[in-house]
Design a protein around this ligand. Sequence first.
Ligand SMILES: Cc1ncc(COP(=O)(O)O)c(C=O)c1O
Length: 382
Amino acid sequence: MFSESLIRLKEKNLMREIKNRNSPQGSRILIDGENYINFSSNDYLGLANHPHVIESAQKVIATFGFGSGASRLLCGGSILHDELEKKTAEFKGTESALIFNSGYSANTGIIPAIADEGDVIFSDELNHASIVDGCRLSKAKKIIYRHKDIGHLSELIKKENTARKIVITDSVFSMDGDIAPLKEIYDLCVTLNYSLSTPNFLLYIDDAHGTGVLGSGKGALAHFGIKPEPWIIQMGTFSKALGSFGAFAAGSKSTIEWLLNTARSFIFSTALPSCAAAASIAALEVIEREPDILNKLWSNREQAVHGIIKLGYDIMGSETPITPVRTGTVEEALRISRHLMKNGIFAPAIRPPSVKEPRIRITVTAAHTAEDIESLIKALSL
Ligand SMILES: Cc1ncc(COP(=O)(O)O)c(C=O)c1O
């Protein structure tokens, strides 16, 4: 039925392909019997395999079993879910938090719940696909502003006379590795909210790649020294730097209560297994107890970026461990990615429609050694 469409994808070199690991996630992986140094994961702190994370999940499997059997509202959750929510709120400096099953389900559940008919959403043009889909599910009007362009955002906002306006942005852009100008966006919202008895601006931040990476691990607001105001909603994931699974919304008590009552992906989906909540709690504990992991992540990132730039590559404005390397064409992206694989390096080619401009997406983690990064640089000197 779709064979002709598939042929067209193949002709354009745009067929997607799954690679199955035969090893744990980590800086070294095994695929089809071959070992690779892995520069493709979002496991920025190497916590997917941290002994404390594994042990905590195992203990909870032994006591709570695996499946959760029902949605949170139907008793699918356990005291571990509650503990994780309290810990997340404390970590993010908010009154309250709510767990979602994934970052995708958080964005597609939260956005339609906070932005209704008559409201207006302002969304950065490079926001993650799950935000785009969340916006599509919302009945609000959607307006796209140019990537990180505060002037454009402010101009568009001033043209709208609606009850509620919601600015939505990734904190760290997942394919570009640059950071949103959150301080300027925050200041804009403060100015526009000023003198109103009820603030009519909401700021929704997807901190999937900021949590565990920026602000000593606490995320983008901490990085910019921004107070978690009641009109800011922080969404984040446990699946990236925290090496676990699932996601969260963190905000004021009333925001979280509203989400619990209206976010459809929360209400109508089976709760995460308790062991996933236990793994996330353990990961947050590791970040608090072992701040050196973050130092290692950032010094590894410095080493990699220095070497990549020295070879003459354009890293497309990256400011974080997500390091895209511009390739110009899809064919060149595929060629470089295959060349890297032949040299024992796994770093995927990212092609349209995931991004407009093809690239190799290299993610550096705290688990890499200096030798791993040297091998990457050597393999990139084509
Ligand atoms: C910015 C951003 N938001 C949300 C998600 C979705 O998170 P999850 O993988 O937990 O569904 C991702 C994942 O790639 C992401 O990069």
